[in-house]
Design a protein around this ligand. Sequence first.
Ligand code: ADP
Ligand code: MG
Length: 694
Amino acid sequence: MRPDILFPLFAALNSLKGVGPRIAALLEKAAGPHVIDLLWHLPREIVDRRERPTIAQALPGKIVTLTLTIGRHDAPSDRRRPYRIQASDPTGSLTLTFFRGDKKYLEQLLPEGSQRIVSGRLDLYNGIKQMSHPDHVHPLDKASEIPDIEPVYPLTQGVTPKVLGKALTAALARVPELPEWLDTAHLARTKWPAWHEALHAAHGPRGPSDLSPLSPIRQRLAYDELLANQLALTVVRRKAKRQGGQSVEGDGSLRRQVRDALPFALTGSQESALAEIFADMASPNRMLRLLQGDVGSGKTVVALMAMLNAVECGGQAALMAPTEILARQHYETIAPLVAKIGLKCVILTGRDKGAARRDSLAALAEGRAPIAIGTHALFQDDVAFRDLKLAIIDEQHRFGVHQRLSLGSKGHRADVLVMTATPIPRTLTMTAYGDLDSSRLTDKPPGRQPIKTVVIADSRLHEVVDGIGRKLKEGAKVYWVCPLVEESETSDLADAEGRYADLCRSFGEAKVALVHGRMKGKEKDAAMARFIDGPADILVATTVIEVGVNVPAATVMVIEHAERFGLAQLHQLRGRVGRGDAASTCILVRAEQLSETARERLRTMAETEDGFLIAEKDLELRGAGEILGTKQSGLPEFRLADIALHGELMRIAHDDARLVLERDPDLTGDRGRKLRYLLYLFERDAAIANLKSG
Ligand code: ADP
Ligand code: MG
């Protein structure tokens, strides 16, 4: 239960003085529903109102604070026209302009003949100085109410600085003094302010340096947020481990048979990943392990071996993929291999219905099928396993392990292995998975040739088409990626359908296939089939191909508008070629005009193929918030911390959380009890539920 002292912070915004339903709705959109959310909503900029010129000195475009004598009101007869008020000082005159101005209100605010101090942005309108909708208007005796330095908050359009300032003052007044939860030595070393002081200071910056993410104020708040994140993850993870799993250690017979049937030997990192996985499975604790490996690094075989270990013990294993295409691809790789050793493998996706689905369900429930491959459909309530010992989740480049751990709950504390093809910077893995154990496939299967990557301006697209013509004659298969499906009037993005039509004209319709996100499953399959083993040698695609798709014969990847893709995405896409033993090329077609970051991204692509390096660069260039688009990615969103800038704090918080919980696993000690406040503040109540009460 949340401590009483925190209740006022979790009240709705309209409980604040001066915040009615309209303002509350606007603030909620910007910040969130509770008072605490408003407090976490930090200013991005400041407005300096210390400039106090005369009208004659005042420069258009600047924020100024003026002392004015108010003159005539020109109230328009038509409300659509602006309401104008004349004003002057001894050096000149100016117009105060209000759109949709309310006569009564304005006559009260700025009565004719009165003196007022007014602050806002000065403009020129038809050569006359004007200020529209001043930010502050006060009688002279209230001049001190105009702040010298005023914080500016993001996304708060429609809320005047004055109203926002009042709401924040009311919110800050509710901030209780809480016991210090940070380690004393840590605090002494960093000289950070206490939590409530930091919060006040964050909302009352005294200059631009106070807004810096590296200021002591912001670091303190960011650290609190990161520590709450790490504590919560570590608590949940320790609980999962404590619950224990089962010891799974097969006799190796099935694994040996499959190894003998494989046309290749496993790489060093495949072997060491397997050794780690088998050790986890053998231990009585539940396995929660992340297997990271670049596209094409050979995760599937590792997954298969792990599954066979479970099957050797008489159990079952399930592999869940994020998309239909990918699930089928896994199925097509794995099913024939295990059929050879007499094992039944079923597939279960949203498309499998009726009698076939019923058969698969029965085979799983009775244990006749030891291996299941599928999509989210594997989760559905009517899917039951006789004895699921291992759940493998192939996330490709999504995250969200927490929801998907529930697949593990379909077995009796089944071991869980999460596979991802996006090399994730270590700081990000920590935020998403905390202390999850991880294995990395760092070496590629032998025989792979490096992919030659070239960057070409789109004015030379015809040369690319000519080049493709030559490659086709040599027997190459080509991916051609476009960012959007349909041309929209407002966008000059290359359009997959338009490009498909062009390429059909150049090479003939039979030679070209098209897949995009809006196609139905069957159409997609048909198009893919024409490319994989049919007559089509060019596959025009939107990014649907980025997940999955293994066509070893494909050796050319063209990416149009490459500057619009993120590094991680480009890397994923490029990984679709270079899978066979022939040399491959990746052509990044770019716009004429590029931003500096886009240029840097493309340069990185041309320079390296190392996914882990590219991931670090991506984090550096984009910032964590943007990596993969946080919302869909399942990565936690931080309000106060920025992983790209606060990576070091993240590492410290990670160690801090681990140490604390090692000494005080249920947070019942002195610091532990204080840290519980921190968890509540950041709404980690679920983590607290995992602690014994204290
Ligand atoms: P990932 O899932 O990591 O993207 P895959 O498991 O699909 O990669 O493997 C890519 C290709 O490499 C597959 O064709 C696979 O058969 C092959 N492969 C995997 N391991 C090896 C190896 N040790 N030696 C040679 N080829 C391998
Ligand atoms: Mg694979």
